[in-house]
Design a protein around this ligand. Structure first.
Ligand SMILES: [Zn+2]
Length: 66
């Protein structure tokens, strides 16, 4: 994966969602943490084995492939 900002190769890694499922929810749909479990979002950790993510040290961004 190449960083979209600086064009350098990003470092591959993993994000582990502890006890709770990690979900991306649009700002338009976000109704606070209590209602988040009922909000349809993008499930990041589909099989519970962690989320593949790429990190760029220069830009300090993390890219997650859903
Ligand atoms: Zn970068």
């Amino acid at each position: 994966m190449v960083c979209p900002y600086c064009g350098k190769e990003m470092e591959k890694g993993i994000i582990h969602g502890d006890r709770y499922k990690l979900k991306w929810i649009s700002d338009k749909k976000d109704k606070g943490p209590l209602l988040q479990m009922f909000t349809k979002g993008i499930d990041l950790d589909k099989d519970g084995s962690g989320i593949e993510a790429y990190y760029c040290e220069i830009d300090e961004i993390v890219l997650i492939k859903t």
